[in-house]
Design a protein around this ligand. Structure first.
Ligand SMILES: Nc1nc2c(ncn2[C@@H]2O[C@H](COP(=O)(O)OP(=O)(O)OP(=O)(O)O)[C@@H](O)[C@H]2O)c(=O)[nH]1
Ligand SMILES: [Mg+2]
Length: 232
């Protein structure tokens, strides 16, 4: 998918001086090219890269913190947030290297930000790189970061209609994780409806149901990670 951003600039080109020139810049094409560079670099290093996306508070950091504690892989994390390095601090508890990107108002991570953050990692020492994207169900969907696997979380507390309301995010997922399964009954989450909604926007996506808090359902997540690691 491409999106052009129209930039209005004052030209300084001889006869054209003073004229307003409309410059259409292929921001998404630029991002895509960098994403392909990232992907090639990760493939060459044999590192499985996962991009984890969801709305704020769905449980990305909780899932990753538990994964880093329990899943026996040489892993590192890149975390994107508008501000604070709280999530990187939470993830470092496991002993894994966690690089925080503060986007300073940008609502998504871009491939260029990942290339910069990766410069602070030694890819030769890891086999798994997990990227926690900025909590947002809209803009991160459009930005390929060079990942192999795109994981979108939907938590039971958000309601079963989110795949229909934010279809682009769910359409781009390789895997949808329904998190906070421990709260299904408390919040009267309509599980069957949620599964049907996911299938409607993305019939190919794999779906896992788990609770990053209680650990219920986590073994299927680890099996999936293991399978992808073996393919890297
Ligand atoms: N009951 C329950 N709570 C959970 C679960 N997973 C996460 N939480 C809680 O949900 C809240 C938000 O979790 P985070 O892991 O910070 O969510 P996040 O997606 O990383 O949030 P942002 O980084 O702000 O987008 C925390 O209070 C977690 O303890 C779960 O499976 N069950
Ligand atoms: Mg987080």
């Amino acid at each position: 998918m491409t999106r052009d951003i129209g930039l209005t600039v004052l030209s300084d080109l001889g006869e054209e001086r003073g004229r307003i020139v409309r410059v259409e810049k292929g921001v998404m094409e630029f991002n895509q090219a960098l994403a392909e560079e990232n992907r090639a670099r990760f493939a060459a290093a044999g590192v499985l890269v996962i991009n984890v996306l969801s709305s704020p508070g769905s449980g990305k950091t909780t899932l990753l913190a538990r994964t880093l504690q329990e899943f026996p892989a040489r892993a590192a994390v890149i975390v994107g947030d508008l501000a604070t390095d709280n999530d990187a601090e939470r993830l470092r508890v496991s002993g894994a290297v966690a690089v925080q990107i503060q986007t300073g108002g940008v609502c998504h991570l871009e491939a260029a930000m990942i290339a910069q953050a990766v410069a602070r990692l030694n890819l030769d020492t890891i086999e798994l790189l997990i990227i926690e994207n900025v909590g947002n169900l809209v803009c991160p969907a459009a930005y390929d970061l060079g990942e192999r696997l795109r994981v979108v979380l939907l938590s039971t507390t958000e309601g079963e209609d989110k795949p229909l309301k934010y279809p682009q995010m769910f359409k781009t997922a390789d895997l949808v994780v329904i998190n906070k399964a421990d709260l299904t009954e408390a919040v009267e989450f309509k599980r069957e409806q949620a599964l049907a909604n996911i299938r409607l926007v993305n019939p190919q996506a794999q779906v896992l149901e788990l609770s990053a808090r209680t650990g219920q359902g986590m073994s299927a997540w680890y099996e999936l990670l293991q399978t992808h690691l073996e393919d890297s």
